[in-house]
Design a protein around this ligand. Structure first.
Ligand code: ZN
Ligand code: ZN
Length: 175
């Protein structure tokens, strides 16, 4: 009874009583709790996003860890800094480009080599420019280079006579 009176008295005398009550209410506590929860979620999301992105762009484990820590400590600000500093290209793209470059080099360098002296030769060379041995014949009809094991010209459909068969030309090697 006395408590009730005191409470009523304080309510009527203190104009901020209702506000104070609000800040002590469970609604306010819940709001504060939600705010912190939201903040933690945002922070974690930033770190996770940095981790996911860094893994696709950075090969070095230590750098990835540093990037994730930046995201974890500074949240959205860390993410912003990371977005500026991150490598512009995905690792997959880099690897793909390197592979393409290597394949191009290989093509120029050639799996195609002179079987006698191993000099790099192109697909349409008739003789090796180094050892001067015959690499392939020309089609008697269209004069295009034909491979040693071809029995018909793929360009003009002319049958390649067996007398001109490459085994005989490669016989030069024995000489
Ligand atoms: Zn050669
Ligand atoms: Zn031909």
């Amino acid at each position: 009874m006395v408590d009730r009176l005191l409470l009523g008295a304080s309510d009527s005398t203190d104009p901020f009583g209702s506000i104070k009550n609000f800040f002590h209410s469970s609604t306010w506590h819940f709001a504060v709790l939600m705010f912190w929860f939201f903040l933690v979620v945002v922070w974690l999301a930033c770190a996770y996003w940095v981790y996911k992105d860094a893994r696709r762009r950075i090969d070095d484990r230590v750098v990835i860890i540093v990037a994730v820590l930046t995201g974890l400590v500074f949240g959205p600000f860390g993410l912003f800094v990371y977005a500026i500093l991150r490598p512009p290209e995905y690792l997959d793209d880099t690897r793909e480009r390197e592979l393409e470059l290597r394949m191009l080099e290989q093509r120029l360098d050639g799996d195609a080599r002179c079987p006698f002296c191993k000099t790099a030769v192109k697909d349409d060379y008739l003789v090796c420019p180094h050892c001067m041995r015959r690499l392939r014949e020309v089609c008697p009809s269209c004069r295009r280079p034909v491979e040693p094991d071809w029995r018909i010209c793929p360009y003009c459909e002319k049958q390649i006579p067996q007398t001109q068969a490459p085994t005989q030309t490669f016989g030069l090697e024995v000489r």
